[in-house]
Ligand binder design. Structure first.
Ligand code: UDP
Ligand code: MG
Length: 331
């Protein structure tokens, strides 16, 4: 893959990946705006990859229209609704550009921003991601996003930029790295951070969708959030161990105190353990067994955390091409 179309031009090819799920109300407008903002550019060629994520409305027919009227359009049709992240993954596999831009179909990511992204790319950045400045979604959704990004940042071991969505430009090297990751639960903005490369954010205002309804139900959004947290952090597992350790220390103390109490016959609230035979035994056993259980679950959690890391099958590291000195050896 050269990233150049036909070979007769040396303009780079820019691919735009657009995941679409039931977007009949907005898709024509989106295509027009994309072509208007990017189609006339003379210093790059354009390819627009529409990924139909199992739409049940006329989205697919509309994409067919584009194909028949515009040689720059590529259609990828998924056999059913696999979800936004899977659709983006498919788009990245089939995009051939030297740089690939991922953009929502509903014009919530302004196509004009792509030109600014391309400028950054030309300046040498390999990952240029959009940072959502002013959201116009409802208060509840905004609060959910806000908490999620901060929680994820606290839990994840990698630097996922806050308020960055999927809207981004990726250089071919980053696209190839992402395509090579074998895992199935794909939280793209996490993976994008994970692969590294030289990156920069661009701020933009996120308007409401131009037409149609959000395709992210609260349930889908929650699944996305959980994918984000659980694919990038095993801290929840480690926390069980921490709680287990703390509670066993506390229960050891309780154990000793109860033992002393029952041996010395001191009155607390006017009672001694001797007033209720068997009470001390039950409390001591309860302390002991429950803290042992938490501790064991925590230890199992540590192993599961490691198994989980291995099954993700991500490579241990990624490198750029290795460079060797061309100087003759002994100077
Ligand atoms: N989308 C998709 N498959 C899905 C859900 C959404 O391909 O199962 C696409 C959708 O067509 C849009 C993008 O993902 O291009 C973002 O979805 P949406 O705008 O509904 O999400 P929101 O902006 O409300 O978070
Ligand atoms: Mg949207």
């Amino acid at each position: 893959m050269t990233g150049h179309r036909g070979g007769e031009s040396n303009r780079p090819l820019i691919s735009i990946v657009v995941p679409c799920f039931n977007e009949q109300d907005v898709l024509r407008l989106t295509h027009q705006s994309l072509i208007k903002s990017l189609g006339g550019e003379r210093n790059f060629d354009l390819e627009v990859v529409y990924v139909d994520d199992g739409s049940t409305d006329s989205t697919l027919e509309i994409i067919d229209e584009f194909i028949n009227s515009d040689g720059r359009v590529v259609a990828v049709t998924l056999t059913r609704n696999f979800g936004h992240q899977a659709a983006v993954t498919a788009g990245l596999q089939y995009a051939t550009g030297a740089a690939v831009v991922i953009i929502d179909a509903d014009l919530q990511d302004p196509p004009e921003v792509i030109l600014a992204m391309i400028d950054k790319w030309k300046a040498g950045y390999e990952v240029v991601y959009g940072i959502r400045e002013r959201r116009q979604e409802g208060r509840a959704k905004r609060l959910a996003y806000f908490t999620f990004y901060r929680l994820l940042r606290k839990l994840a071991h990698i630097d996922i930029p806050e308020d960055s969505g999927d809207f981004a430009l990726l250089d071919r090297v980053a696209v190839n790295a992402l395509n090579a990751l074998p895992e199935r639960n794909r939280f793209m903005r996490g993976l994008r951070a994970w692969v590294g490369f030289k990156r920069i954010g661009i701020h933009y205002d996120r308007p409401q969708r131009a037409a149609g309804q959000s395709k992210y139900s609260m349930l889908k959004l929650m699944k996305l959030g959980l994918d984000g947290i659980f694919s990038f952090s095993s801290k929840p597992l480690s926390m069980i161990l921490l709680v287990g350790v703390i509670s066993s220390v506390v229960s050891m103390l309780g154990f000793v105190l109860f033992l002393i109490w029952s041996l010395t016959d001191i009155k607390i609230f006017g009672r001694t353990p001797a007033d209720a035979p068997g009470f001390t035994t039950i409390v001591l056993l309860l302390f002991f067994l429950s803290s042992m259980q938490l501790l064991s679950v925590g230890i199992i959690g540590e192993y599961i955390g490691r198994i989980f890391d291995e099954t993700k099958n991500r490579p241990t590291f990624l490198t750029r091409p290795v460079r060797r000195s061309t100087k003759s050896g002994d100077e």
